[in-house]
Design a protein around this ligand. Structure first.
Ligand code: SF4
Length: 288
């Protein structure tokens, strides 16, 4: 079996920064809390837990006092920073620079739109950690849309500013922009609509490249955590171009895939997939 790992797969710089930040603190202190999964990949989370990282949820965060807590690449809403200050929690802030810029831009637009009775619209996954952080910049007044159907929430007689979660599909965001523009035109208020391209370049470029990679192989093993938005999106792109694409979160799942001895297999993954995990997958396949 011929096995090739996609050189472009693996952690994005935002995730690399968050993990390196955590490891630096862990080296000195041996323990660090992290609010939510540091990365949507259980294997990598387990590796870091072995070094002393402790993942906590929001309820657990509220009970902490006088400790250090890592903010992951997805970022957090302002209320998390306020609570940390109130409870003497030192935040180790590893919010990705791309997300941080988006949070600031949304906050500025929110303040600008408020006196104009305008709306902030965020195209993203409801409840996703990054979206929660973005919505927090609008005092929870922003509208989250995940599909064209969700545009019913938007009042097309009032101004709106549209942003996207960083890990969304470029094509789907393009459809939302086109539909909103169309509805504003119909309402005679095209000038009331403003939109911003805020999909992370790392994600946008991967979409094209992953299809170029996936088409070259008999089978594609896409390695990713099940909770990764970026993983589900990129896997879908692989499957569109190569129906023999398989989503794998654990090595044991490889046993269920009907490999042929002369298969050429391509291994790739999400921006939250560690390279070491793809190498482990390759090692298992090479022994088959
Ligand atoms: S996908 Fe882009 S925005 Fe998200 S953490 Fe990675 S580099 Fe940052």
């Amino acid at each position: 079996m011929k096995v090739v790992i996609d050189g472009d797969s693996g952690f994005c710089f935002g995730v690399v920064h968050a993990i390196e930040t955590a490891e630096k603190v862990l080296q000195g202190d041996g323990h660090l809390y992290c609010l939510g999964d540091i990365v949507h990949n259980n294997e990598e989370v387990r590796r870091l837990e072995g070094k002393g990282l402790q993942i906590i949820n929001e309820a657990e965060f509220r009970e902490l006092r006088d400790v250090r807590v890592l903010i992951r690449a997805h970022g957090e809403p302002p209320k998390t920073y306020a609570l940390a200050a109130q409870n003497r929690i030192e935040l180790v802030d590893a919010t990705c620079q791309v997300v941080l810029k988006l949070q600031r831009d949304i906050a500025v637009s929110y303040r600008r739109m408020k006196p104009l009775d305008g709306q902030i619209v965020i195209y993203g996954k409801k409840g996703h950690a990054e979206v929660v952080g973005l919505l927090g910049q609008t005092n929870q007044e922003g509208l989250v849309v995940s599909s064209i159907g969700d545009l019913e929430q938007v009042d097309f007689s009032r101004p709106s500013v549209l942003y996207s979660q960083t890990t969304q599909s470029v094509e789907e965001y393009g459809k939302i922009i086109a539909e909103m523009r169309h509805r504003y035109q119909d309402a005679g208020g095209e000038a009331l609509f403003e939109c911003h391209d805020t999909i992370c370049r790392r994600v946008a470029n991967r979409a094209r490249k992953i299809q170029e990679f996936a088409i070259q192989y008999d089978k594609v093993i896409f390695v990713s955590g099940e909770k990764s938005s970026n993983g589900l999106y990129l896997f879908d792109l692989c499957r569109q171009i190569n129906p023999q694409s398989y989503f794998v979160s654990r090595l044991q799942q490889l046993d269920d895939i009907p490999f042929a001895p002369d298969d050429a297999v391509g291994i790739c993954g999400a921006t939250s997939t560690p390279m070491w995990l793809m190498q482990e997958v390759a090692a298992v396949l090479e022994r088959k």
